[in-house]
Design a protein around this ligand. Sequence first.
Ligand code: MRU
Length: 345
Amino acid sequence: MKVNKKHYRSIWMEKTTVCMIDQNCLPFEFKIHYCKNSDETCTAIKNMTVRGAGSIGAAGAYAMLQEIYSAKDNELYSHLQKAKIKIDATRPTAVNLFYATERVLEASKISEDFAIKEAIAVADECAEHGRLIGIYGNELIEDGYRIETHCNAGWLALVDYGSALAPIYAAYDSGKNIFVYVDETRPRFQGARLTAWELKNHGIPHTIISDNAGAFLMSKNLVDMMIVGADRIASNGDTANKIGTLEKAIAAKYYGIPFYVAAPSSTFDLNTKTGGEIIIEYRSEDEITNITGLHNDKKINSFITSPGSSALNPAFDITPASLITGFITEKGVITDNEILKLFEK
Ligand code: MRU
């Protein structure tokens, strides 16, 4: 996607350095963060300098690539086995990370060259899958649609194009008149900070709503469809996504509003049978008790809750397949019953 007329991906490699748009600085500052080795790339995943399932997957693959470049021992496979454990420990929920590291590890059984190619292919495929998700998802969007989305599943989260936002970009670029309701997405505000920044950058009409406003807007017939991304989809279609997604899906079902999950096949985890098996990440309570913003053009971090009270911060929830109208993938739009068939092809 373009920023100031220049094309960027959310993450890329320059020689042995992993380069990424610093998502913790947006929307106040557009800054590139550089990771010289896999430890630095792991830290960037952990502290969410790079975030979003697809971008985390690309970061994991690039961290494996940095390990290949720096490996001193002759036994590449065992070296990468150890590296994979370190990289996988950064964040537990998005399956794209484990998919990516496993893919590079498996490739190393064949040759070092093949492992390098696979590590690079993870990001390229993620971008291409986002483009195709856009094309298929656009077919579901009618002229005049008002679409609600949660969190950030745009190009920042998926290397390029995005998952939930890819159909929105495609619809807008094909001349449809659309409007987007952006859930702010507490506690880290990925919607208010990142999705809004992406949409503004692309010129797409939108407004930010508080996380509590979705059901109200739905009850007033102001939302025609909801599209969200995913961090892991179990083989029965239960979907882990940013905390708050489940509430939106329940409200959408109640008001008869189509609720779509957009995700590339690397987000489907056939080894996980149901959502109950998915590990949910709990993050620091600071993300709830404090917020970062601008004051007189200066970035400040403020304490905003009652001192002495603790805060509980599950970062994801599971939406049961029964609440999901369909899955927009790079191979087409499918229902939960068609997930296994998707992988047979
Ligand atoms: O914790 P994050 O910001 O890495 O969360 C992941 C997400 O961005 C969302 O859950 C998103 O909707 C799916 S990722 C394409």
